[in-house]
Ligand binder design. Structure first.
Ligand SMILES: [Zn+2]
Length: 368
């Protein structure tokens, strides 16, 4: 077992050069390249020899992360993680996960003179098939630098959090395919008062984010984020793609989702770095349409959420006895009966052990 998500994860045999002839029949949970793939197996998988000298940087980071998650000290730290099982509403002295009850912050206002097309309904993404995950590890000057150990920690935390989300998929058909970019920038930190009227998230995020985007050949701003996401979706032959920025730069809030991308401060505020995994999993839930379920979010049990357009029946404010434990409610590796639908997992047909009310009725098209 790696980390604390209680799944039988194993390194799979490398894909032989020139094709998929040796492709493992096991579900693939994480793919960093043909030589580093982590799968699910109830039985022991013989560890294939890996030619470490021949690994790409992406594969090296993925393998290091997996090894870190197998360490006893890493697992012990996870068992002792601060604020374990606490509400994301911050009932234990730690900050609430979202500022101003906003689970998803609308994208920044377009620059005048460069208006975006008429706002269409946001695309509905689903957690099924190959999911491209772009990780920007932004390393600034001086104390804003990301050390090697911090880079490894970030990749491991993301792997642990997404192992939980992938492992919960009933069809075991979710594969996270990574593009990890460690991007050095020289941007100074954004200090002082922000101008009145500007988007506060954008104010703190834009300077280093845009330097990071342009340094890997994409435009600045939302256009660059979209161009990057489109590029990794194509390159990874994925059904859906999203990205996340990890930084030491000052932010308006320590973790947030802006629809198709996440921004996370390495320190993770009062939750701490050992909860980067669960915060990342929760925020990824929002990318795929899952609503908050903790009381302070102001949730209600109605609405139409995610790929299947289902109500938020496990919302703490109205579910019987406050509902059950769920990653969308608390800092816990648990999931209620509704969140799988909100995330858009491939669900078993009605009658296969699922209540009749759970008939899959996709109400929205897949993201193009
Ligand atoms: Zn949330």
């Amino acid at each position: 077992m790696a980390g604390d998500v209680n799944l039988p994860e194993a390194l799979l045999a490398p894909i032989a050069q020139g094709g998929m002839a040796m492709a493992a029949p096991l579900p693939v949970l994480h793919e960093y390249g043909p030589s580093v793939r982590i799968g699910l197996s109830a039985a022991a998988v013989p560890q294939a020899p890996i030619n470490e000298a021949g690994l790409s940087e992406q594969e090296r980071l993925g393998l290091q992360a997996f090894r870190l998650r197998l360490n006893a000290s890493y697992k012990e730290a996870k068992e002792r993680r601060p604020h374990k099982s606490s509400s994301w509403g911050g009932d234990d002295g730690q900050p609430q996960l979202h500022r101003d009850q906003h689970a998803v912050i609308p994208p920044a206002t377009p620059v005048p003179g460069n208006p975006s097309p008429v706002q269409a309904a946001p695309p509905v993404r689903r957690l099924a098939g190959r999911i491209a995950v772009g990780l920007f590890i932004v390393s600034g000057p001086g104390s804003l630098a990301m050390t090697d150990a911090q880079q490894q920690k970030i990749v491991a935390e993301v792997q642990n959090g997404l192992s939980f989300l992938g492992g919960q998929a009933p069809a075991k058909d979710v594969t996270f395919v990574y593009d990890t970019q460690v991007v050095p920038v020289t941007t100074p930190d954004t200090a002082g008062q922000r101008p009145v009227g500007c988007d506060p998230y954008e104010h703190f995020e834009a300077p280093w984010r845009d330097d990071a985007l342009t340094s890997i050949g994409h435009p600045a701003g939302l256009a660059g984020i979209r161009s990057y996401i489109k590029a990794i979706k194509t390159a990874k032959r994925a059904q859906v793609a999203y990205c996340a920025f990890f930084t030491h730069y000052q932010l308006h809030h320590f973790a947030y989702c802006r629809g198709e991308y996440l921004v996370m401060h390495y320190d993770n505020d009062g939750w701490g770095t050992d909860n980067l995994d669960s915060v990342f999993a929760h925020e990824t839930g929002h990318v795929f349409g899952a609503p908050d379920e903790y009381a302070e979010s102001g949730c209600d049990c109605g609405g139409s959420h995610g790929f299947y357009g289902r109500p938020n029946l496990n919302c703490e404010n109205c579910a019987e006895d406050g509902g059950v434990a769920c990653i969308m409610k608390r800092n816990t590796w648990a999931m209620c009966a509704e969140t799988p639908y909100h995330l858009g997992y491939t669900m078993p047909p009605a009658g296969a052990g699922i209540a009749a009310s759970a008939v899959a009725a996709p109400g929205a098209a897949l993201e193009a």
